[in-house]
Ligand binder design. Structure first.
Ligand code: PLP
Length: 383
């Protein structure tokens, strides 16, 4: 590919142009998909294009990884087959014998993977409320803790962790900080700017944005030994993204800024509308001034507080389930970050060992007309 602009441009411009490459032969402005699993060698047995096998060396990755690296302000990115594959790689890459500290509030699958697979395999994990930096300081063990892993805002309570504070605590103990930035996206938060060493994404969500790709990514602030080991995990364990999915991901990322800004503004509207609603006990949303962690979120999130919120319905689990069944416009489905609004009763989905309150409905705000979303929730809550 040629035509790459070396002029530094705004992240919005970079994303909109998908990294901007123009095919020198055809002039195509959209990159091709490379389905080939293998690459030929010439008569001298040298690789023709510098690639040998496409397990994790697929040219379709290059542009996506380059764009995400720039959006996050990192040094390098590796795509994975899913957000969970990216998350797992972050832990699997640690040298044997190290401890990790993980947020108590995170996407359900992360602590489940840690408890059910990583801990039995020998990883020592301390879970803590990372929203409380004193608690984090108390649990991080200098010289022993290798990795602090946080998610902010945390799915589905949207609790906020102070990234700069967590980074300072991790670094003082000789550990690194990884941040799951799935919900905030680099549109709103760039964890590396706040001191994080790694950023993890379920690219399935906002980065792709159209509920049609499962993908993950790890972005590194620097290309150190741990980053090389993340690469080894991908290469040798092989949880790689398919080229078609990588191509779709780049297509989705072109509209990332438009989508996330719209979704954040709409989520803020919804949160404010239902904050004092007679049928709602609490709205969990970092954009509400009364929400714990709002001040930290206002500091580390730029231009909005994200498209995710949760509503706690008065009357408990039965009232929440009754309301969700009456919705006509919201789609009752798991996942988040797509252009269509989704709603989910996490307590049911995470059964039997869910910590999520039974009265909580998680809302992923799409790009529909926000008044129609509010009206749908209003009629569902009215019964
Ligand atoms: N991280 C967060 C915050 C998530 O919400 C999810 C999935 O919902 C994941 C990671 C896992 O991602 P994936 O489903 O792409 O494996």
């Amino acid at each position: 590919m040629t035509g790459r602009s070396d002029n530094p441009v705004a992240p919005e411009t970079l994303a909109a142009q998908g990294g901007r490459t123009i095919d020198p032969i055809t002039g195509a402005i959209i990159p091709p998909i490379h389905p080939s699993t293998t690459y030929a060698r010439d008569e001298t047995y040298a690789q023709i294009g510098g690639r040998g096998y496409s397990r994790d060396d697929n040219p379709t990755y290059d542009q996506v990884e380059a764009v995400l690296t720039r959006l996050e302000g990192g040094a390098a990115t590796r795509l994975f087959a899913s957000g969970m594959a990216a998350t797992a790689a972050m832990f699997q890459a640690l040298p044997p014998g190290g401890r990790v500290v993980a947020s108590r509030d995170m996407y359900f699958g992360t602590p489940k993977w840690l408890r059910e697979l990583a801990v039995p395999a020998g990883l020592a994990v301390d879970f803590v409320d990372t929203g409380d930096l004193d608690a984090l300081t108390a649990v991080v063990r200098p010289g022993a803790t290798r990795l602090v892993y946080v998610e902010t805002p945390a799915n589905p309570t949207w609790k906020v962790t102070d990234i700069a504070g967590a980074a300072a605590i991790a670094h003082a103990a000789g550990a690194v900080l990884a941040v799951d930035n799935t919900a905030a996206t680099p549109v709103l938060t760039r964890p590396i700017e706040h001191g994080a060493d790694f950023v993890v994404h379920s690219a399935t969500k906002y980065l792709n944005g159209h509920s049609d790709v499962i993908a993950g990514a790890v972005v590194a602030a620097g290309e150190d030994d741990l980053w090389e080991r993340v690469g080894k995990v991908r290469h040798l364990a092989g949880a790689v993204l398919g080229p078609f999915e990588a191509w779709l991901l780049l297509r989705g990322m072109r509209t990332l800024f438009l989508r996330v800004r719209h979704q954040s503004a709409a989520a803020q509207r919804l949160a404010e509308h239902f904050a004092d609603h007679p049928a709602i006990a609490e709205v969990c949303y970092p954009g509400l001034p009364g929400f714990p962690g709002h001040d930290i979120a206002a500091r580390q999130m730029r231009g909005g507080f994200g498209g995710m919120l949760s509503l706690r319905v008065k009357g408990g689990g039965a009232a929440a389930l009754a309301a969700i069944k009456r919705l006509r416009l919201f789609v009752r489905a798991t996942s988040l970050g797509g252009v269509e609004s989704l709603i989910e009763h996490r307590h049911t989905i995470e059964a039997p060992d869910s910590d999520v309150p039974a009265d909580l409905l998680r809302v992923s705000v799409g790009i529909e007309v926000v008044e129609e979303l509010i009206a749908d929730l209003e009629q569902a809550l009215a019964g």
